[in-house]
Structure formats: structure tokens, C-alpha cells
Design a protein around this ligand. Structure first.
Ligand code: GDP
Ligand code: IMO
Ligand code: MG
Length: 423
């Protein structure tokens, strides 16, 4: 495996958790480098379903070191809750390392996320309300509290005190909300800091040394390319870089250290939250996909918007990430739907658009150009070898490969580790 970066190639929830868990069996180190507990990665291992938000999906293997890099925003309460869940399932979290530079999500970030969404009214982003955006705002504004501050009680006390003065003014005077109490937050969070302190390190050094020692390192992407704050469907994006470049920034390593970039997608498209979605199906086929695919958010439980596969999006993901291969999940969900539509380009004002538009107001006017492919009626969830898939399923995969220009390395026919076929 050497050094592999794994990214979501659509709007998130592509089934990254499952693929990371599979690849993690051969990894020495698994690294998260962006986002926070807005992510929800489902791993089905030995019949048990794990929902991981902050902890890298490699945690289920005894020998794997799991790293939360400097680019991640860490909600300490959520992280400790997740560590306790893992421990309760009989696994150890001793191998979890957290970079000292990672920023801390505090209660005021969560309050501000909710209040700013409310103030936006109908123009809200549809965030997960986990305080992710406000925490990255503080990071960019240079008032954030980092893990290295957090684990030193006196430093944490000072920084929290001064931040809370301004945050309480914003909460009350701007949003008409309630102020937060310093003692309450400090007394609760100082305990979390003590629990996390043994895990804190310089993760950039750890990851670099592992790569230099020839270890297998897997970078675990959260979210997806279209949610990237720079190249995604702004403003309907998250506040970090879920594209391959985000690993360099968020893990403190250089681009020449990464060998491969695997994009994970579904055999159709989904999106949670607001924003234009050209191939969205607002009909019974969309409902069918949602129900068959269990398309409800791991973090918020929201129904995911569903639509046909969009190859304009996958070509965009191939470009912005430099994808070297693709994993296509959830082929089993499309079983029995009949003819399958695949979007190969957009039509706007009589012109054909092949590249994903920069401006979402343009995207909103784009009409998908579809090619219709044969579907399959067979239950493929028990198929063990790629070559044993129905011809129409293999044709669907070939069509993706040809149109995206990236080889498909694996396909998913179900949620468990075993339901992943190598091509
Ligand atoms: P992530 O955020 O990219 O890790 O994806 P999520 O875990 O949020 O959502 C993907 C969902 O699809 C999870 O419930 C997975 O267990 C499930 N899943 C992954 N791959 C497959 C597959 O090939 N077939 C089916 N039916 N479900 C899958
Ligand atoms: P995983 O890792 C799908 C979406 C939210 C919202 C937008 C901004 O499970 O694929 P935020 O709370 O980040 O400020 O919300 O981004 N979003 C995701 N959608 N999967 C995710 O993560 C997401 N993380 C954020 O729904 O539209
Ligand atoms: Mg998810």
C-alpha cells in the first residue's frame, strides 16, 4: 500500500469508512487530517456496526496507530465519548495520537453554528451544527484554542476566559441568545483535557518518520470533494479541505510523500444539506434509492437527497484530487431499478458543459445530459468475485472508467468488509 490518500469523490457519505477499514488491515498508520465530528463513517466489522466520527477507522485493528492530524477540529467531549464506545466494545484506544496543533471545538462554536444557521433562515447551509465552521473561523482569525493550549490548565483558563468575553457579546448582542458560563465550561473541559493529554504528540513527526521508515500509511478523508471550502459548491460546503491537498496541510507533510490517491464514490449520488444537485431525483426512484440504500445521515439522521450517478462530478473529483483509482460502492442498491441513467455532461442555454461549473448559480441552471444503461435484477450482494457480476453491472463500471479516465479498483456490493470486490 505504501502511502495512500483516500478521499470522498462526491458530497460525502460515499462509504469511505468501509473502504478505510478494509485498507487499514494492511496499514501501520491511519491519519485523519481535516473536518471534525461532522463526519460519520460507518464500519461493519464481524457483524458489529461502528459509527466513527473523529477516531480514524483503523482503530478496529490492534496494531494500527491512529492519528488525528493538525487540520482536524476536535470536540473533546465527542472524542472521549467515542473513545469510551470503542473501549466498551473491547478494543483499545491506546494507539490514538492527536496532534498538539489541532484546534478545539468548544460549546460557543456549537451555539454559534446553530444561531448563525437560524439567522440565515431559508438561506441556511444545512450544517451539521457541530460547531465546525465557527471553530475554523477562530483558527483563521488566530483566536483558536489548540490542543497544546488545552492540555495546559493555566493556558486553557486564560484563553477560554478572554475568548468567552467576545463570544458572549456575540451570542447575546448579535444573536439575542444566552451567555455561556466560564466556570461551567472550564470545570467540565479541564477534565477532558487531562484525559486526552496522554494522546497528544507532534503527529507531523510521527507520520513523517513512519513514511520514511517504509511503513504503510493511509490518509483517511472525511466529507467529499464537492464539500471542499475552496473548490466545492461554495457556500454549501464544509469549512475544511476534503481534497487530497488537505492531507498535506492537515497532517503536516509534503505532497511528494503521497503515492496513490483513491477516490470513493457511490454508484449513484447523494447529498445532505442544501445547495444545487443537478441529477437529484425528486420522485419514486429517488425514494427507492433512499430506502434501499438506507440513505439517512450517520451524524444527524437527516434524509439524504438522492439522484443518478453524475460523471461530471467524478471527473471533477479526478482532477482536483489527482485520483489514481476509484472505489465504487453500493452497486447492490441499484438492483431491480430497471434502466439506469448516468449523467455525462450538462446542458445550459443550448451549450454543453463538461466541466463542473465554478459558480453554483450556473450549476442551478444546468440540465443533466443522460446516457441510459441496462440495470440488473440479480441480487449481487453475495457475489464474491468481480468477474461473477452480471454483464450489465460490469458494463456500468466500464462506462464509469471510460468517462472518468480513472481505473476502478474495487466495487461494493454491501456494507460489510467481505462485500468489497477487487477488480
Ligand atoms: P462515509 O461517511 O463515506 O464513511 O459513509 P457513511 O458511513 O456515512 O455512509 C455510507 C453507508 O453505506 C453506510 O451505512 C455503510 O455501511 C453503507 N455502505 C458502504 N458500502 C456499501 C455497499 O457497497 N452497499 C451497501 N448496501 N451499503 C454500503
Ligand atoms: P462524511 O465524512 C456528508 C455537509 C453538511 C452541510 C455542509 C456543511 O460522513 O462523508 P458542516 O457541519 O461541515 O459545517 O456542514 O457539509 N457535511 C457532510 N455531508 N457527509 C459528511 O461527512 C459531511 N460533513 C459535512 O451536511 O451540507
Ligand atoms: Mg458519512
Amino acid at each position: 500500500m505504501s502511502v495512500t490518500a483516500l478521499v470522498g469523490a462526491q458530497w460525502g457519505d460515499e462509504g469511505k469508512g468501509k473502504i478505510i477499514d478494509i485498507l487499514a488491515s494492511k496499514a501501520n498508520v491511519v491519519v485523519r487530517a481535516q473536518g471534525g465530528n461532522n463526519a460519520g463513517h460507518t464500519v461493519v466489522a464481524d457483524g458489529v456496526t461502528y459509527k466513527l466520527r473523529l477516531i480514524p477507522s483503523g482503530i478496529l485493528y490492534d496494531g494500527t496507530t491512529c492519528v488525528i492530524g493538525n487540520g482536524v477540529v476536535v470536540n473533546p467531549k465527542a472524542l472521549i465519548g467515542e473513545m469510551n464506545e470503542i473501549k466498551a466494545s473491547g478494543k483499545s484506544v491506546d494507539r490514538l495520537k492527536i496532534d498538539a496543533r489541532a484546534h478545539i471545538v468548544l460549546p460557543y462554536h456549537i451555539e454559534l453554528d446553530g444561531l448563525s444557521e437560524k439567522l440565515r433562515g431559508g438561506s441556511d447551509i444545512g450544517t451539521t451544527k457541530r460547531g465546525i465552521g465557527p471553530c475554523y473561523m477562530d483558527k483563521a482569525e488566530r483566536s483558536g484554542i489548540r490542543m497544546c493550549d488545552f492540555i495546559r490548565p493555566e493556558v486553557f483558563r486564560e484563553k477560554l476566559k478572554s475568548n468567552l468575553v467576545l463570544k458572549n457579546k456575540i451570542l447575546t448582542d448579535v444573536y439575542g441568545g444566552e451567555p455561556l458560563d466560564f466556570d461551567e465550561i472550564y470545570n467540565e473541559y479541564v477534565g477532558y483535557a487531562a484525559a486526552l493529554a496522554p494522546h497528544v504528540c507532534d503527529a507531523s513527526v510521527l507520520v513523517y518518520d513512519a513514511i520514511k521508515a517504509g511503513k504503510n500509511v493511509l490518509f483517511e478523508g472525511a466529507q467529499g470533494a464537492l464539500l471542499d471550502i475552496d473548490v466545492g459548491t461554495y457556500p454549501f460546503v464544509t469549512s475544511s479541505h476534503p481534497t487530497a491537498g488537505g492531507f498535506c496541510i492537515g497532517a503536516g507533510i509534503g505532497p511528494t510523500l503521497i503515492d496513490e490517491c483513491l477516490g470513493v464514490c457511490k454508484s449513484y449520488t447523494t447529498r445532505v444539506g442544501k445547495g444545487p444537485f443537478p441529477t437529484e431525483l425528486d420522485d419514486e426512484i429517488g425514494d427507492l434509492i433512499r430506502n434501499k440504500g438506507g440513505e439517512y445521515g450517520t451524524v444527524t439522521g437527516r434524509a439524504r437527497r438522492c439522484g443518478w450517478l453524475d460523471l461530471v462530478i467524478l471527473r471533477f473529483a479526478a482532477r482536483v484530487n489527482g485520483l489514481t483509482s476509484l472505489a465504487v460502492n453500493k452497486l447492490d442498491t441499484l438492483m431491480g431499478i430497471g434502466k439506469l441513467k448516468v449523467c455525462v455532461g450538462y446542458e445550459k442555454g443550448g451549450s454543453v458543459i463538461r466541466d463542473f461549473p465554478v459558480d453554483i448559480s450556473e450549476l442551478a441552471d444546468c440540465k443533466p445530459i443522460y446516457v441510459e444503461l441496462d440495470g440488473w435484477d440479480e441480487d449481487i450482494s453475495k457475489v464474491k468475485r468481480y468477474e461473477d457480476l452480471p454483464l450489465s453491472t460490469k458494463n456500468y463500471i466500464d462506462f464509469i472508467e471510460e468517462n472518468v479516465g480513472v481505473k476502478v479498483a474495487m466495487v461494493g456490493v454491501g456494507p460489510s468488509r467481505e462485500q468489497n470486490l477487487l477488480k
